[in-house]
Design a protein around this ligand. Sequence first.
Ligand SMILES: [Zn+2]
Length: 234
Amino acid sequence: MSYCVNCGVELGAGAGSCPLCHTPVQNPHAVPDNDAPPFFPTRHEGVEPVSRRMAGLLLSSMLASVALCCGILNLLFYRELWWSFFPGGAAVMLWVWFAMPLLFRRLSAWCRLTLDTLAIGVYVLLIALAVHGLDWYLRLAVPMLLCAVCVCPTVIWVVRYRRLSILSSAILVLLTAGFLAAAVELFCDLYLRGVWRPGWSLIVLISCVGLCIPLIVIRRVPSLREEARRRFHV
Ligand SMILES: [Zn+2]
């Protein structure tokens, strides 16, 4: 058994050169045999990665089969209630969330997020219609969803297209989270009491602002910014 003097890889009996680093073999006890079969396999064996389109089609078929099975079961059991609309609606929502980005790559992040939120809206509407809760849907769910549709894509657009740094993005996301918490409490209070009494959302908002202050200081002071970049490898 011989080994390459340069890289140490094991050599075949009749090898004239190293198959890895191509260093010529100088072995007086082994005559090079160029017709000998290669000592190492020359074909690359590996499983081809699944394409995004195939993964999307697979996920779509899984979700469609779940919805179809629930529909068939609904026709056989508990026919007085159309319960299959709930898993069916969830399957449609999951398809919009996960399968659609795989199948349609050209959709922008803004468009995807809007469609994701709309899918939640349609699904919640389905539930509201089933439980006769159109009142809470219109007065509570719709304002929250509209708020999310307006705020979240805007934040993504600002982060992506204005090419914000990680620090600036973190500040923006924290402030948005605080604002959304305040908006959620506002809509809940208006629906339940008719008047806005800020409570838990104020704590969330103050905490977010409190977290933003050191980030703003770090962003403004170049030496601190460099130190943070070195420590966190950003
Ligand atoms: Zn070698």
